[in-house]
Ligand binder design. Structure first.
Ligand code: PLP
Length: 399
């Protein structure tokens, strides 16, 4: 029973069993991940790469083994293509800054979509301020799908890069990345995929997807906070300048000139989160043992079941009805503010998220200030969805 691996799931809040349905914000951690962290601090803690001593070499081996684990998990060709960052947000900022410097000139175009998280919008706007690029936005249909015909029309000879989420953190829509990659590449542009909401839920093969870059966060995939990944094709990363300067990322420093380390270290200035990387690898191993296809099937069943149960509630409207939809159900209940709904459900022990979900342009697209969102992980059950549906019914009757 996988739930037993997650100690926090057996706690109560307000005297009620915890029903944790806020997994798109962050997942809970299995015991093996927490133990990997304490074990390393108790037994193998030393700074990596620079030490000749035993502990430093052991810590370095764990850190580099973690890189290999990530490479295998997303089926990248080489470990030089795996850059450790603080999370999706930092990965996308690194990309905008560094790919911006290497590949984008004034007047060049970057295409985003209406369903992006702020962390896949704002870094490109910062780049627009610095370099005078143009940002174009692919619309979303009423069902919550990317409008692919509109996307094709947005691609011009000035398009250099398209950056899209794989799975929307609000609508749950799974975007057809492989098809989009073909479209984008046929126009000579690059494709970045925000995998924050896909990597935790389905088997990922970056070569099969055909993307040039992929960003994701450890903490949404049962790993610790503060560690994430930017995958990039080696030939592109080679052309990109460093993002930050400092130790670790240099080959040789003189006051006249500094040369940089080889990939991926060129992008990893300063002491890396080597405890986080090892714990992330432990989490990815855990997911692989559970089976990515089994996780995906279980969460799809929960998503379908939740859609069925919630749609039966009078006055409840679900946003996003894509056929290929993953682990997220966002909704509003007529006459109940999402914040009130979330607060009252919390008193019943049910944790959901309410608000704009860091996707204000998408809220505007659907004409609302906010939504309630239930999101699922491998340890959730149909019983928890029953508790959610019953809880919503109770709250609805109070208004
Ligand atoms: N992109 C998407 C689709 C997300 O859902 C999130 C987090 O909710 C992020 C990016 C940002 O992730 P992080 O805060 O871990 O950097």
């Amino acid at each position: 029973m996988l739930r037993a691996d997650f100690p926090i799931l057996s706690r109560t809040v307000y005297g009620k069993p915890l029903v944790y349905l806020d997994n798109a914000a962050t997942t809970q951690k299995p015991r093996c991940v927490v133990e990997a962290i304490t074990e390393q601090y108790y037994n193998t803690n030393a700074n990596v790469h620079r030490g000749v001593h035993f502990l430093s070499q052991q810590a370095t081996e764990l850190h580099e083994a973690a890189r290999e684990c990530v490479r295998r998990f997303i089926h990248a060709e080489r470990t030089s293509e795996i850059v450790f960052t603080r999370g999706t947000t930092e990965s996308l900022n690194l990309l905008a800054e560094s790919a911006g410097a290497a590949f984008l000139r004034e007047g060049d175009e970057v295409v985003l979509s209406e369903m992006e998280h702020h962390s896949n919008i704002v870094p490109w706007q910062l780049l627009r301020e610095r370099r005078g690029i143009t940002i174009k936005v692919c619309p979303v249909t009423d069902e919550g799908l990317l409008n692919l015909e509109a996307l094709e029309r947005l691609l011009t000879p000035r398009t250099r890069l398209v950056s899209l989420c794989h799975v929307s953190n609000v609508l749950g829509t799974v975007n057809p990345i492989r098809r989009i990659a073909e479209m984008v590449h046929s126009h000579g542009a690059l494709l970045c995929v925000d995998g924050a909401q896909s990597v935790p839920h389905r088997a990922i093969d970056v070569r099969e997807l055909g993307c040039d870059f992929l960003a994701f966060s450890g903490h949404k995939a049962y790993g610790p906070t503060g560690i994430g990944v930017l995958y990039g094709r080696e030939e592109l990363l080679e052309k990109m300048p460093p993002y930050q300067g400092g130790g670790e990322m240099i080959a040789r420093v003189t006051f006249a000139k500094t040369t940089y380390e080889r990939l991926p270290y060129k992008f990893e200035a300063g002491t890396p989160d080597y405890v986080g990387s090892h714990a992330l690898a432990t989490a990815l191993d855990y997911m692989e043992r559970a089976g990515m296809d089994a996780i995906a099937a279980h969460e799809r069943d929960l998503t379908r079941y939740a859609t069925e149960r919630l749609s039966a509630i009078s006055g409840l409207h679900i946003y996003g009805t894509a056929l290929d939809k993953e682990a997220v159900v966002s909704f509003n209940v007529e006459g109940v503010h999402p914040f009130d709904l979330g607060t009252l459900l919390d008193r019943l022990g049910i944790a959901i998220r309410t608000g704009h979900h860091c996707a204000q342009p998408l809220m505007a697209r659907f004409g609302t200030e906010g939504m309630a969102r239930a999101s699922f992980a491998l340890y959730n059950t149909r019983e928890e969805i029953n508790a959610l549906a019953d809880g919503i019914e109770r709250v609805r009757k109070m208004f």
